[in-house]
Design a protein around this ligand. Structure first.
Ligand SMILES: [Zn+2]
Length: 350
């Protein structure tokens, strides 16, 4: 099966009332782990690569691995997404390579650190939409600024400094025509999200609900949504790691988000923790081993277990065969004739 448009995956998720995890990849083992989990749970899949990942894996290696995943798993719809594009050029290079979805994160300037102005964000995101949609490619934008830093990308902070303003979200959707919108509701990137179990004072679910009510046709995206489970932290620390105590986004909060318009949930840290814990365990228990396969295989299995768990929790499990993937050329036609347009003024939202 060729790679599928992320928009189609998210439209189907909206119809079915479930969310789809977007899992970051940097290498073959992580891609295989996601595909193992997808086969086991019969889930549609969003695989995403950050700029850091594309650099680490030399772009073409990573993309060819995704194509191999698509070829080897003909029954699984797979969308390939650029995570946090920092400029038009980054997004264009992903689209030209064959990615079926891109995120233009115009909430930050091109340095990936400094918050930009609303107008700058609209201008660069609109430019990406104008390049992507005629090619059938999905665009995710971001409004408000997430906290934390990952892969050198992020404004830092707690995630509460620049939460999304609902009026701005509506204006942004109207002026850019994005398919999906990442919003800042207090989540942040990386392992150290919260110093206590998050409650209503740190995670603004009421804000999310408000935005969804005003933008019912724009798929909402939750970033920084690893749960950072204690058992994964414990394995690392048990085998010589030194993680400080930390909390992620509880799965129940994500599920509440999914009930209120969240269709894409970004998860990276949990998979990193799972792999690192499994590798540390092998090193600690069998220090005589030196074949990379001896620790990469358990690492891959540990990640597959976490991914399968999230696929089940987000509700995407069992939905891989619900629909036939449309070629992205057909998506391009849908954008051209307006049937895929989600701008609030055109779809009757207010
Ligand atoms: Zn993110």
């Amino acid at each position: 099966m060729p790679l599928v448009s992320m928009r189609q995956l998210l439209d189907e998720a909206a119809k079915g009332g479930y969310g789809v995890g977007a899992f970051n990849v940097n290498d073959m083992e992580q891609i295989q782990a996601i595909m193992m989990a997808a086969r086991e749970t019969k889930s549609p899949v969003i695989v995403q690569a950050s700029r850091g990942a594309r650099k680490f894996a030399e772009d073409l290696y990573l993309f060819k691995l995704i194509q191999a995943a698509a070829e080897l798993n003909p029954d699984t719809p797979i969308a390939m997404h650029q995570d946090h594009g920092n400029s038009f050029e980054t997004c264009k290079s992903a689209i030209d390579l064959g990615y079926t979805s891109v995120m233009m994160d115009g909430s930050l300037k091109e340095d990936g650190k400094t918050p930009s102005t609303f107008e700058e964000n609209v201008t660069v995101t609109r430019r990406v939409v104008e390049y992507a949609h005629p090619r059938g490619v999905t665009v995710e934008g971001e409004i408000g600024v997430l906290g934390g830093i990952e892969d050198g990308h992020g404004a830092g902070g707690s995630g509460l400094e620049h939460v999304t303003d609902p009026d701005q979200a509506v204006e942004f959707a109207e002026r850019t025509g994005v398919d999906a919108l990442a919003i800042a509701i207090g989540t942040s990137h990386g392992a150290y999200k919260f110093t206590k179990k998050p409650d209503g004072s740190v995670l603004k679910m009421d804000l999310l609900i408000k935005i969804h009510n005003r933008l019912p046709h724009t798929h909402l995206v939750m970033h920084g949504s690893s749960s950072v489970p204690k058992d994964l932290q414990d394995i690392i620390n048990q085998y010589g790691g030194k993680l400080k105590e930390t909390w992620g986004v509880p799965v129940e909060e994500i599920q509440l988000g999914i009930k209120n318009g969240v269709r894409k949930i970004n998860v990276d840290t949990d998979n990193r923790l799972a792999m690192t814990g499994a590798i540390r365990k092998v090193f600690a228990e069998t220090p005589e081993k030196f074949d990379p396969r001896d620790y990469l295989k358990p690492a891959r299995e540990a990640m597959a277990k976490v991914v399968a768990q999230r696929m089940t929790q987000f509700g995407q499990a069992g939905h891989a065969g619900d629909y036939s993937p449309k070629p992205i050329e057909e998506m391009a036609k849908g954008y051209a004739n307006g049937s895929l347009d989600t701008r609030p003024s055109l779809v009757g939202a207010k």
